[in-house]
Design a protein around this ligand. Structure first.
Ligand code: FAD
Length: 450
């Protein structure tokens, strides 16, 4: 009888998982997940809980057969394979710098034990390296990449294979660690697992996809899919979403496909430039300020700028922030507070349930003006006019900043113009926008001239 190990990582699903399809060619499959102790210790409580909830849901789907271990993968994976008498270990290829380092060590240990390591598929619709310019070089900017991405297309989903699961054992202390992480989660989590993710998707597809093109920029409206949470852990694969809307011709569906292309693009850029996890793709010799108290006010959502504060509070309360607010809060930190972007990116990664090194670091660099498709250095989001434009009735701000709920309509965006603006304890502005904009522009101009 042949046995293989299916080592789940960022592909916590049974549907459309090509690595699992390969593993299922063996008579019996041992399902395994390994929690890296360093990563677990570094992750914020909500992120740990989201992973734990999805592991418990996967275990349910697998009839309680999933073995979860809390140890370095290079130690535990070869050992589990040897104990199960497995001839191969199957994974979905993970291309982040951390994963590549980890996998090199595991493959080495497997080879010594005479076990084959087999990588099939990636977490992307179009895997890094699949599309190039006519000259065969990688794309440096998004628009031509996205055109080639569409022309390349993606494979059809492969469905869920019939699997004869071997019973994996999760040590009691690991089960307890997972249950405790969920029980102590500081925020309300969405329902976890494939079924819940698919239900979230179909609700978005049926109710919001058509108007996505316009509603995606209105944070008060549930106009985006929130699929980032499920895509990040691979509970759903983008191929499944793309396949599901392949016949939809609305502008909303077109824009949605483009957004999924951004995810693949940033994964490719990071794969080709692994140093850009925490460093600039296109460095600018810019002086930054020591963060001191300002960054703490930003993290708490107490900068005195209502749109920024609403975004930062949504992050703390939901482990998710609307894309428009990610741009505005990142711009405020880097350009009005002059703080180096990795400090903000680190805070996002601590709290975002969808926190993903490629999209996060390159989202930040897009804003800071040092990444690919860099926003021109002179583009500095004004959080007041952005609020008035994208939250015209002030609904989003009032939802997250209760100290301003007495202000009607768009008055919430300018409490300093209203007699009772500070009546409920909303903090005063920590900086002057116009002055700090000028400082940022002067610094950028000097850096650009070298
Ligand atoms: P939707 O609007 O429904 O979009 C659908 C999907 O397309 C998303 O789930 C996501 O997978 C992809 N997508 C959309 N916009 C982008 C984008 N700009 N870049 C890459 N992929 C995109 N996204 C993350 O998944 N993880 C992160 O850690 C992350 N950090 C970010 C940090 C900054 C500073 C910025 C500006 C953006 C960041 N993004 C990140 C991108 C984007 O904000 C989120 O993907 C999006 O808000 C998730 O919500 P949604 O699923 O409702 O998006």
């Amino acid at each position: 009888m042949s046995t293989s190990v299916m080592w789940f990582r960022l592909d916590l699903r049974t549907e459309d998982n090509p690595a699992l399809v390969r593993a299922a060619e063996d008579d019996e499959v041992l399902p395994v997940f390994v929690i890296d102790p360093d990563q677990w210790a570094r992750a914020g409580a909500a992120r740990r809980a989201w992973l734990a909830a999805n592991l418990l849901a996967l275990d349910d789907t697998l009839g309680g057969h999933l073995a979860v271990h809390h140890a370095p993968a290079a130690e535990v994976v070869p050992q589990l394979a040897a104990d199960a008498g497995a001839g191969s270990v199957h994974v979905t290829r993970d291309l982040t710098p951390f994963a590549l380092r980890r996998d090199r060590a595991v493959v080495e240990a497997l080879r010594e034990a005479g076990v084959e390591g087999v990588a099939t598929g990636t977490a992307y619709a179009v895997a890094p390296g699949s599309v190039t310019t006519k000259g065969g070089t990688p794309f440096k900017v998004f628009t031509p990449y996205s055109k080639a991405w569409r022309e390349h297309g993606w494979d059809a989903p492969v469905g869920a294979p019939e699997v004869n699961w071997a019973k994996g054992e999760t040590p009691a202390e690991v089960t307890e660690m997972l249950q405790q992480a969920v029980a102590e989660c500081p925020i309300d989590l969405p329902d976890a697992g494939e079924e819940a993710a698919w239900a979230r998707w179909t609700r978005f597809r049926d109710e919001a996809l058509h108007d996505y093109d316009t509603d995606r920029d209105r944070p008060a409206v549930e106009g985006t899919s929130r699929m980032s949470l499920d895509l990040h852990l691979g509970v759903l694969h983008p191929r499944q979403l793309l396949e599901d809307i392949k016949d939809k011709r609305s502008t909303g569906a077109h824009t949605y496909r483009t957004e999924l292309a951004w995810r693949d693009f940033y994964a490719e850029v990071l794969h080709l430039n692994p140093h850009t996890v925490w460093r600039d793709l296109n460095p600018l010799d810019m002086p930054y300020d020591e963060p001191e108290d300002a960054i703490e006010a930003w993290k708490r959502g107490e900068t005195g700028y209502p749109f920024v504060d609403a975004g930062m509070r949504q992050l703390l309360a939901q482990g998710w922030m609307h894309n428009r607010l990610r741009m505005i809060t990142a711009s405020f930190l880097t350009k009005h507070l002059h703080v180096w972007w990795p400090l903000g990116a680190e805070h996002f990664l601590d709290h975002l349930l969808d926190g993903d090194v490629a999209s996060n670091s390159h989202g930040w660099q897009w804003v800071a003006g040092t990444g690919t498709d860099a926003a021109p250095y002179f583009r500095i989001f004004n959080p007041v006019t952005q609020g008035q434009r994208f939250d015209p009735d002030g609904e989003y701000v009032r939802r997250w900043v209760p100290e301003l709920e007495h202000l009607p309509g768009k008055a919430v965006h300018t409490p300093w113009e209203h007699e009772d603006g500070y009546a409920k304890g909303y903090p005063r502005r920590i900086v002057d926008l116009a002055e700090e904009r000028k400082v940022a522009l002067d610094r950028y101009e000097k850096a650009r001239r070298g």
